[in-house]
Design a protein around this ligand. Structure first.
Ligand SMILES: O=P(O)(O)OC[C@H]1O[C@H](OP(=O)(O)OP(=O)(O)O)[C@H](O)[C@@H]1O
Ligand SMILES: Nc1ncnc2[nH]cnc12
Length: 176
């Protein structure tokens, strides 16, 4: 199953060289979104791999919303968006994090979950891990606990996973 799903994702996700900048080999998930059979298989794969309790799925803007919402419906759990700055209404908790050049801010609504909630972070792709590490910190700042990560693709050479707590499970469909 693992090999099957990784081969499937590898076959369908398209690589666009030098996008959005020279030297970046962009993984385009649009063909996967269009292929409903493959998309269902990816969501089923994740559902089968999640063998721990959690309360909510937090999706990372924007591509993390696509897979996160499907998984939340499949597992009958609520979905919480983690958004880039100034996109959420009401009281928010924010976190500034470093990028390759400069910094960015992500936010969550202050009442998004009850203190102590167990959160599963979902995104389409793990590269350097900067976004997912920041999301984990934001969840902690909001008094939640990250209990797992789900990614469609991991770019393993960038070693993003090494930045996570090794006790927290990481589920990936394709490690490339
Ligand atoms: O592991 P990292 O090095 O942090 O990179 C991974 C992040 O980069 C991409 O998002 P992007 O910021 O391009 O936003 P988008 O989903 O809105 O396109 C991707 O969807 C992840 O969120
Ligand atoms: N190589 C890549 N392809 C698609 N999304 C990305 N986000 C960060 N790196 C990426």
């Amino acid at each position: 199953m693992e090999l099957e799903i990784s081969q499937l994702v590898d076959k369908i996700v398209r690589c666009i060289p030098n996008y959005p900048k020279p030297g970046i080999n962009f993984r385009d998930i649009c063909p996967l979104l269009k292929n409903i059979e493959a998309l269902n298989k990816v969501i089923e794969y994740f559902a089968g791999k999640i063998n721990f309790e959690f309360d909510y799925i937090a999706g990372l803007e924007s591509r993390g919303f696509l897979f996160g919402i499907l998984l939340s419906q499949r597992l009958n759990k609520g979905f919480i968006p983690i958004r880039k700055k100034n996109k959420l209404p009401g009281e928010k908790i924010s976190l500034e994090y470093k990028l390759e050049y400069g910094s960015d801010i992500i936010e969550i609504q202050a009442d998004a979950f009850e203190p102590g909630s167990k959160i599963l972070i979902c995104d389409d792709l793990l590269a350097t891990g900067g976004t997912a590490v920041a999301a984990n910190e934001l969840i902690h700042k909001a008094q939640g606990n990250t209990v797992g990560y789900v990614f469609v693709i991991e770019l393993k050479d960038l070693k993003g996973k090494d930045r996570f707590d090794p006790k927290v499970p990481v589920i990936v469909a394709l490690s490339d």
